[in-house]
Design a protein around this ligand. Structure first.
Ligand code: HEM
Length: 95
């Protein structure tokens, strides 16, 4: 199992999704469609909050630098994903 990498810009738009993450997204596409009515294969360019049930709750975590890095486990359908959120000052590569 590899690592899923999602990179978001300062506006919370997903600007990079690595190959492994794209495979993972395929596996949870049905659930993402059902929960968020979003096409998991089309997430690049979309807001991270298009796949968050409660964006305000997520923003509260992200907006306080003291919270980062942040680790959690999130449930998506019958899958449990390990989430590691870390800030980046690099300009993300478009991919
Ligand atoms: C860089 C991109 C992303 C960031 C920074 C981010 C950040 C977060 C944070 C901070 C949480 C809260 C964790 C906790 O409860 O402690 C969260 C929850 C969650 N994230 Fe993300 N996320 C990102 C991308 C994604 C993507 C691409 C998906 C779906 C494939 C996703 C699905 C979820 C789900 C299902 C939860 C838990 C349920 C919810 O609150 O909606 N996230 N995310």
């Amino acid at each position: 199992m590899g690592t899923n990498v999602f990179t978001a810009d300062a506006d919370r738009n997903l600007v990079f999704i690595n190959k492994n993450a794209k495979e993972t997204l395929k596996a949870v596409a049905g659930e993402i469609r059902k929960s968020f009515n979003v096409d998991a294969n089309n997430l690049q360019g979309m807001s991270i909050h298009s796949v968050h049930g409660d964006p305000d709750r997520i923003e509260k975590i992200l907006l306080d630098p003291a919270n980062l890095p942040h680790n959690a486990q999130v449930e998506l359908g019958d899958q449990t994903l390990d989430l590691m959120v870390r800030p980046s000052r690099r300009r993300p590569a478009l991919g």
